[in-house]
Design a protein around this ligand. Structure first.
Ligand SMILES: [Zn+2]
Length: 484
């Protein structure tokens, strides 16, 4: 006997799109069947006719309770939303898994970082979650003894024991001249890649060329061009081009799988595509934000509202990013989410202090559907790939997450393509603004189901903060994606 039946929808499964009924028992999907074939007596039925049934979104790059580094932001007491508010916005937007970051501190075990972060999320998230473990400042000037040595790399295999998969994140830049040291030098990236490869994991990289970013920042300072609108000059496409290729080359030498975060420029897409044509496990993420807005928006009075690091690029980069999502050169749409106030986003004015991150988790699926599926002919299969399945594959959660298939978690979203509406920031959750305020949106989730429990239905929150769980026993590895 089923517990739940999602009936009559256009269902996007790993093997095709069709009209099927989806049967749920407990927390799992147990059947995807011809319409009318599954027993419905005494079963809760969700009518999905005229709607699209997809796996719950997997958000691979979000920052809950982010600590702002700028003194002005700290002094003003600004805060960013914690897992509670962020996961609520995710649930309303059709995302049922988010991947946040657990920052390692010298002198501790990596698993302690995960445990600390889990304490913040436990009984405080409406949706499931996991973490990238973050290594900060390895091998750089001012590094502690532990950051300078060939590493606590022996710690990396421990990560797998706790969350079932190893994703480690590093930066190749400090991003701004005034920020505390976060970058890892290339020697250490090389070493870390060896360990990540041995663990069968993936190295997530914020890749920019430190020398170019710092040089350009100094040039801009010398010219008095430090306004927010010069951010693309401080973080130019050449930086993405050079750094991606260096990181990709290291990955080729070490055999590590890499996940390049927030691709912003066509040069980044090309570097990834070339590596993949050589058979490398190189995966690419972009932000719907990066694919939507050109750098010219920085010139508007609300310019800082649009910023996230590295930077917006040109209109042809926007289009290249959408095309990359449509044709498969880019694997995932993420947000780099930080849910904070409009006042905070507008508080920075220079290339050194403009706040990054975007409160875009709720808009992620609707914007990708509108701009990708409706306007650019993205198939529904690709839509699911870039919003859930690929992130699940790259981060070792597939097919538990990211698939409508028997045995998968019953994370199901019913998407209503008749829900064309004008997006209003005031209707979103956990934030007071949206860069897409006033945009026409062509689909919106009407029902979000997490492991068999309806957590959002027709605009009402039915979930509980205790519903979200750390994904601790992932099923397969990124190999599933290889060859795509
Ligand atoms: Zn980020």
């Amino acid at each position: 006997m089923l517990d739940l039946l999602v009936r009559g929808g256009r269902v996007v499964t790993p093997s095709g799109v069709g009209r099927w009924d989806v049967g749920v028992k407990g927390e799992r999907i147990v059947a995807v069947a011809e319409p009318g074939m599954l027993p419905s007596d005494g079963v809760r039925v969700i009518d999905a006719s005229e709607k699209i049934v997809i796996p719950g979104g997997v958000e691979p790059h979000a920052h809950a309770a982010f600590r702002f580094v700028y003194p002005w932001a700290q002094q003003a007491g600004h805060r960013s939303a914690g897992p509670d508010e962020m996961s609520k916005a995710c649930a309303f937007g059709g995302t049922t898994t988010l991947v946040d970051f657990a920052n390692w501190r010298p002198g501790t075990q990596l698993i302690e970082a995960i445990d600390d972060r889990d304490k913040l999320f436990r009984r405080n998230s409406y949706i499931d979650y996991s973490f990238h473990t973050v290594l900060v400042g390895m091998g750089t000037e001012g590094a502690t003894a532990e950051q300078a040595v060939p590493l606590p790399l022996s710690l990396i295999p421990q990560v797998k024991e706790v969350i079932g998969f190893t994703s480690v994140k590093v930066w190749t830049t400090n991003t701004t001249a005034t920020r505390a040291r976060q970058m890892t030098d290339f020697g250490h990236v090389y070493g870390i890649m060896h360990e990540v490869a041995a663990a069968g994991g993936v190295l997530a990289v914020h890749a920019e060329d430190e020398d170019i970013v710092m040089y350009m920042s100094r040039v801009l300072h010398a010219q008095g061009q430090t306004d927010t609108k010069y951010l693309p000059d401080a973080h130019p496409a050449i930086s993405e081009d050079i750094s991606f290729r260096r990181v990709i080359r290291l990955a080729e030498w070490t055999g590590a799988a890499i996940y390049l975060m927030h691709v912003s420029a066509k040069e980044g897409i090309n570097a990834v595509a070339e590596a993949r044509s050589r058979g490398q496990a190189v995966y690419a993420e972009t932000l719907h934000h990066y694919a939507t807005f050109p750098r010219s928006v920085y010139n508007t009075p609300e310019g800082p509202l649009y910023h996230t690091y590295p930077s917006l690029k040109d209109r042809d980069d926007n289009e290249a990013l959408w095309q990359g999502l449509v044709d498969g050169r880019i694997d995932t749409v993420a947000t780099d989410a930080i849910l904070c106030s409009r006042a905070l986003k507008l508080g920075g004015h220079s290339i050194e202090d403009t706040v990054g991150g975007n409160p875009a988790v709720e808009e992620r699926l609707p914007i990708t559907y509108t701009e990708g599926v409706v306007k650019r002919g993205m198939s529904l299969q690709r839509f699911v790939d870039v919003t859930s399945a690929n992130a699940a594959k790259i981060l070792g959660m597939y097919p538990r997450k990211g698939a409508i298939a028997p045995g998968s978690d019953a994370d199901i979203v019913v998407l209503d393509p008749s829900a064309t509406r004008r997006l209003k920031a005031s209707e979103l959750h956990g934030v007071d603004h949206s860069v897409w305020d006033g945009w026409d949106i062509h689909a919106w989730p009407s029902t979000t189901i997490l492991r068999g429990k309806v957590i959002v239905e027709d605009g009402a929150l039915l979930g509980d903060l205790a519903d979200g769980k750390l994904i601790g026993d992932r099923c397969t590895s990124r190999e599933v994606l290889r060859g795509h």
